[in-house]
Structures are given as structure tokens and as C-alpha cells.
Design a protein around this ligand. Structure first.
Ligand code: GRF
Length: 215
């Protein structure tokens, strides 16, 4: 029995290097149908990456709407026209309302450049260096109402090196983002992920082992 590839819509705000990692994985063997790339900012590099890959590239410019609700209403309309089974936030820099999150509950994932719950929010690399941590990294997680607070699916760790700069650390983390984001999407597409008591399970076992006791 052949299985249908998972329909995916990717939301971006900028460069789109994570989008590119997903495009490259899909060109290889990631079982997804990339239906659209949607940016809240016009003219960004990620839109061109989408076009180059033959994917619909659309803009819903948040500055054209009077408030967040009006922006999201249009965003939902544009996303849902592609009927996605999964919506991927790949460097999408708008805070989403509870209504939006509820609409896509269980099929909305994000990548965040830190080992959540450490360093939610912006400027994670500079903050990690300031805090003097020895390890940093990235997290792919399901999205909930709490910004950067949803249950993690997969994390990648990198060492913080002596004399690291935010840019050097960001580059080390980004390399890992490009590895774990397609990985998480693959697990989702293969229906290997579930959520129980706020913990993500992979094949029925906690996807992130050391969070199991926190449930
Ligand atoms: C990534 O570091 C991602 O984790 C963060 O924003 C950055 C987006 O980079 N949310 P890109 O647009 O995928 O290159």
C-alpha cells in the first residue's frame, strides 16, 4: 500500500536556510509534498529559495493589516488553501495568537535556536554566551500558546568554545538545525510522534529521554 506524502506548508520571515534544508531533504527522500512557502515579509531570500524549488511562494505582509487578528485571519486563509497536514515555522518571526495555535494544534512545529527551556525568545546565542553555559543548541518543538514553550521533539547540542562569538556559536547551532528539522518532519510524516501528558513520544517512548521525569 503506498502512502501519500505529507502535505507541508512552511512559514518564514527571512533567509530561509532551514527551509532550504527541508527542500533538500524532500528532493532526497523526505516523504513530504512541499505545497507552499509563506513569508510575512516581502522580498526575503527564503521566497526565492522556494521559487527555485518550484514551490508556491506567497507573502502575507503583516504590516498591511490593522492588527494581529486580521493578519492571522488572512494567514490562515492562505495556509489552508494548501490543505497542509503539517505547518512548519522555519524562522517565522511573528508571535502567534492562541486562536491560530489552536487551529493547527498537533500539526504546527517550530525550530528555536537554544536548548529549551533555556533561552526562549530572541538573541539566544549572545544570551547563552553571557550566561556562561558550556553547552548550547537547538530545539524542534510542537507549538503551544506559550512562546517557545511547547513540548520538544528533538534537540541538538553543541559545545560553547573559548572565545566564541554570537556569530560563531550561531553558525555551529545552525548546522545542527539543518539536521534536526528534517529529522523531526520525517518522524511526523511517518506518524511516529504522539503527545502524552505534554511529552512527545517517538515510537511510544519519550522522544527526549531526559525530560521524561518532568512530566
Ligand atoms: C534560525 O536560527 C531559527 O532557529 C530561528 O531563526 C533562524 C532562521 O534562519 N528561529 P533561517 O531563515 O532558517 O536561515
Amino acid at each position: 500500500m503506498s502512502t501519500q506524502p505529507l502535505a507541508v506548508v512552511v512559514l518564514i520571515s527571512g533567509r530561509g536556510s532551514n527551509l532550504q534544508a527541508i527542500i533538500d531533504a524532500a528532493a532526497h527522500d523526505l516523504p513530504v509534498d512541499l505545497r507552499a512557502v509563506i513569508s510575512n515579509r516581502p522580498g526575503v531570500a527564503g521566497l526565492e529559495r522556494g521559487r527555485q524549488a518550484g514551490i508556491a511562494a506567497e507573502v502575507v505582509d503583516h504590516t498591511h493589516y490593522p492588527d494581529r487578528a486580521a493578519f492571522e485571519k488572512e494567514l490562515v486563509r492562505v495556509i489552508d488553501a494548501h490543505d497542509p497536514g503539517l505547518v512548519v515555522l522555519a524562522g517565522f518571526m511573528r508571535v502567534l495568537t492562541a486562536g491560530f495555535v489552536a487551529h493547527y494544534r498537533g500539526r504546527l512545529i517550530n525550530i528555536h535556536p537554544s536548548l529549551l527551556p533555556a533561552f526562549p525568545g530572541l538573541d539566544t546565542h549572545a544570551r547563552a554566551l553571557e550566561a556562561g553555559v558550556t553547552e548550547h543548541g537547538a530545539t524542534v518543538h510542537f507549538v503551544t500558546e506559550e512562546v517557545d514553550g511547547g513540548p520538544p521533539i528533538v534537540q541538538a547540542r553543541v559545545p560553547v568554545l573559548a572565545n566564541d562569538t554570537p556569530d560563531a556559536l550561531a553558525a555551529r547551532v545552525l548546522e545542527q538545525e539543518h539536521r534536526i528539522f528534517p529529522q523531526a518532519i520525517r518522524w511526523f510524516a511517518e506518524r511516529r510522534l504522539s503527545i502524552a501528558h505534554g511529552v512527545v513520544l517517538l515510537d511510544g517512548e519519550p522522544a527526549i529521554r531526559d525530560q521524561a521525569s518532568a512530566a
